[in-house]
Design a protein around this ligand. Structure first.
Ligand SMILES: COc1ccc([C@H]2OC(=S)NC2=O)c(OC)c1
Ligand SMILES: [Zn+2]
Length: 252
């Protein structure tokens, strides 16, 4: 993966008007009373596999029907859960993509959904302005293990290299904080092709994870088993991008 500072050469949209992530400044967010709660229906979720795709570790879901959807909040339709993945740093509290009043977190979870009401495939939705909805959980490193994150971190040794393995159903609702209050704004994918197709829903309350759990993400490799170079997968986050006049709305 090339550095974010050169992405604009091959992807001019990197300097577009609705790029992500951003720094969220809470007291500048507009409280919008018309913003209802986000509603998550993940109970019938069927997670299928966990994959090291050379950029992150991704858990894919069966999105052939509306069994796992997010709706409400800023969304006009239900959006189907397709996958979730993480972004993290190499140490300390750097690693999240979104920052809050200039503060970054150790990691960030992206739950990626697509608008299957308006678009036929994820690929088509990923290029449409209202095609994707990404729900964000910020991971704050303090000391205690997150009781459910270990299901993911205990499986990471199986995908140290760029491989995939099956996982039993894992309901990602257990990786969310107790409060579903959120900020929302219009943005983009945070790695190439950087399509400006994402309605972002960033949960305000972080979840608490341990250094030990974060360390398991950092032992993943960008490289495949057959490659002689072993490059640790870390710092797979894009820094905050210019707001360019966008408004961030708050649910509370
Ligand atoms: C399927 O193609 C992509 C391509 C890029 C991203 C990046 O955009 C966000 S958001 N996180 C990323 O790593 C992606 O995530 C859904 C999916
Ligand atoms: Zn992401």
């Amino acid at each position: 993966m090339s550095s974010p500072s050169v992405w604009h050469k091959n992807y001019p949209v990197a300097q577009g008007n609705r790029q992500s992530p951003i720094d969220i400044v809470p007291h500048q967010a507009l409280h919008d009373p018309s913003l209802g709660p986000v509603v998550l229906n993940y109970d019938q979720c069927t997670s299928m596999n966990i994959t090291n795709n050379g950029h992150s570790v991704v858990v894919q879901f069966d999105d052939s029907d509306d069994r796992s959807v997010i709706q409400g909040g800023p969304l006009d339709n239900p959006y189907r859960l397709k996958q979730f993945h993480f972004h993290w740093g190499e140490k300390g509290c750097h690693g999240s993509e979104h920052t809050v009043a200039g503060n970054s977190y150790a990691s960030e979870l992206h739950l990626v959904h697509w608008n299957a009401v308006k678009y036929k495939t994820f690929g088509e939705a990923a290029t449409a302005p209202d095609g994707l909805a990404v729900l964000v959980s910020l991971l704050h490193k303090t000391g205690d293990d997150h009781r459910w994150l270990h299901v993911i971190t205990d499986a990471l040794y199986m995908v140290k290299f760029k491989v995939s393995t099956t996982v039993n159903c894992f309901n990602p609702k257990c990786l969310l904080p107790s409060s579903l209050h959120y900020w929302t704004y219009l943005g983009s994918l945070t790695t190439p092709p950087l399509h400006e197709s994402v309605i972002w829903i960033v949960l305000r309350e972080p979840i608490i994870v341990s250094e030990k759990q974060l360390g398991k993400f950092r032992m993943l490799l960008f490289t495949g088993e057959e490659e002689d170079q072993r490059i640790r997968m870390e710092n797979n986050f894009r820094p905050p991008q210019p707001l360019k006049g966008r408004k961030v709305r708050s649910s509370i």
